[in-house]
Design a protein around this ligand. Structure first.
Ligand code: GDG
Length: 521
């Protein structure tokens, strides 16, 4: 139906993700702020839609994977299964909790899973984000459960995975391709395998890192997590390192699994799981266009709102407020630069946009307090009546303003302690249409594998070396900046979201045709 010939999936596509692509909400009840306050890898632009008689509006997918997948699922007339998190969401669905989207176009079925508060607390805030997330980011000390008893959270994680698997089975046929997103669904693949016809293909993309066996040993119910994931035909990671660590863990913790490193596959319990690695890209073209079309004055007036002088040299940070992103380490490096370079006082500003995330979790609250107090301390140490070295905001910045900031900033500072990929790095590059910005990037991000050689590489925990890289950026000649940015732009445009999806679907196609409907493995 669509005339755009972008990537298309073989078979009939069923996407499974925690976040839903469209969120219905009552236009005037003002309670719909939770999505923005707990932004999770997407920006949530609000678009109003022809309200029905109950005045329901729709939030459309506005960023990252969700926005990228939406046209593909539309074109495939597929199915998308996701957590429906609002009252209005279920007022528009039929008895099976399905609704067709986009509104007025009815291209595909959105099947919403209704989760109780207790389910969300235990499955999402509990096991997903206080066990798997810190574990995969190598923060075993933050695997938080005072009494160490994960059984209730894990039971909910299992139940929710089962409900998603159940929903998949309602839509699956012999020709289905089920594409699961992320760490919220480690158990689902095996459950789905048991419930769908043999011809169906199950693929999964794990968007975050995979930990070392030493760390994984601390995973509550680790063996079941691995068994669950080995229900997949295909398991994708951003970079080779994570796939290799996954194989290390399988070897160490699943006695009956056979690991074939040459073929990058695991045989277990009568099935074969093939690993693929491909770093996710962004819709580079649209960031480029959006950045070109913003009025140059827009960044200036945005900065004005925060009392930043128009002609300042601007360094930028944009992150979810998450302990994996290395924000305190970044602030220490900025402080070191200010200590060592009095001549930059008044001339240089670091602007940190932090998006509050998972705010109910203690580790996130502690991080927020630390970051805010560090900003205050550094500003009172170096700031003057008309200049604050650090501007810190947790306010939502809309897409247009974000592009304006990316375009305006002389340098982008990305310093995670560990990050599956990091899309912000690519967004900066694609938006840097004047071609002379400098990207400082931690080598602990997936993005560094592709972009590293043209960035200023950072070790986030080495404050002196980090500060030196900031100084290098501040004094880098324009020709050098342009040469590097040119390389970065080529890489970001070559490996964009469309090409990533295309190669995911190529891999899926190979497995799907191999194990066609008549093949009995
Ligand atoms: C996970 C993995 C992997 C943030 N604040 C605002 C805003 N954002 C947008 C950014 C970007 C997204 O949020 C963040 O994406 P990241 O990739 O940097 O990080 P995670 O959220 O941790 O995502 C990560 C990703 O999954 C995909 O696989 O890269 O490693 O951790 O798109 O632009 N957008 C707007 N205003 C904000 O204030 N408009």
């Amino acid at each position: 139906e669509s005339d755009d010939d972008g990537p298309s999936c073989p078979g009939s596509l069923i996407v499974v993700s925690n976040r839903q692509p469209y969120r219905h909400e009552y236009a005037d009840d003002g309670s719909g702020t939770e999505t923005a306050a707990d932004a999770e890898g997407t920006d949530s632009g609000s678009a109003d839609e022809s309200p029905d008689e109950r005045s329901i509006a729709v939030d459309e997918p506005a960023g990252g994977l969700t926005a990228g997948l939406d046209p593909v699922v539309q074109q495939a007339n597929g199915t998308w299964i996701a957590w429906g998190d609002g009252e209005a969401d279920f007022d528009v669905t039929d008895e099976g909790n399905c609704v067709t989207v986009p509104p007025n176009e009815d291209a595909y079925t959105l099947h919403r899973i209704d989760l109780s508060e207790e389910a969300v607390d235990s499955y999402y805030y509990g096991f997903s984000n206080q066990a798997l997330w810190p574990l995969c980011h190598e923060f075993p000390d933050l695997i938080e459960k005072g009494d160490g008893d994960w059984s209730n959270d894990f039971a909910w994680y299992r139940t929710v995975n089962e409900r998603f698997a159940e929903a998949v089975s309602e839509h699956a046929t012999d020709d289905s391709v089920v594409w699961i997103q992320d760490y919220h669904f480690a158990l689902a693949p095996r459950m789905i395998r048991q419930r769908v016809p043999d011809g169906a293909t199950i693929a999964h993309f794990w968007h975050i890192p995979w930990p070392t066996p030493q760390t994984f040993a601390q995973c509550p119910e680790g063996e079941q997590i691995l068994e669950g994931l080995l229900g997949n035909d295909l398991l994708g990671f951003h970079v080779d390192r994570y796939a290799a660590l996954f194989l290390d863990c399988v070897e160490e913790f699943l006695a009956d699994a056979v690991v074939d490193r040459d073929e990058q596959l695991v045989r277990y319990d009568g099935g074969t799981t093939r690993l693929i690695t491909d770093a996710m890209g962004i819709d580079a073209e649209s960031y480029d266009q959006d950045a070109r079309s913003v009025d140059k004055e827009q960044a200036t007036s945005l900065l004005e709102q925060y009392d930043v002088p128009a002609d300042t040299t601007l360094a930028l940070g944009v992150d979810r407020l998450d302990y994996s992103k290395g924000i305190p380490e970044r602030l220490s490096a900025i402080e070191r630069v200010l200590e060592r370079n009095p001549d930059w006082h008044g001339e240089f500003t670091f602007f940190q946009k932090a998006t509050p995330s998972r705010t109910g979790i203690p580790a996130y609250q502690r991080l927020g307090e630390l970051v805010r107090s560090e900003v205050e301390r550094i500003n009172s140490r170096f700031g003057t009546d008309d200049w604050q070295p650090i501007v810190y905001t947790e306010e939502y910045v809309d897409h247009e303003n974000l592009c304006a900031l990316y375009r305006r900033a002389e340098m982008m500072v990305i310093s995670p302690l560990l990050d599956g990929m990091n899309l912000v790095a690519q967004e900066y590059v694609a938006s840097n249409v004047d071609g002379d910005g400098v990207l400082l990037l931690s080598d602990r991000t997936g993005a560094h594998e592709r972009l590293g050689s043209a960035t200023l590489t950072i070790d986030p925990t080495d404050t002196d070396a980090f500060a030196s890289q900031l100084e290098t950026a501040l004094s880098m000649p324009a020709t050098e900046r342009r040469r590097r940015m040119n390389t970065l732009r080529n890489r970001v445009f070559d490996g964009d979201l469309e090409s990533w999806m295309g190669s995911q679907f190529d891999e899926i196609r190979r497995v799907h045709t191999d194990s066609g409907p008549d093949d009995d493995e």
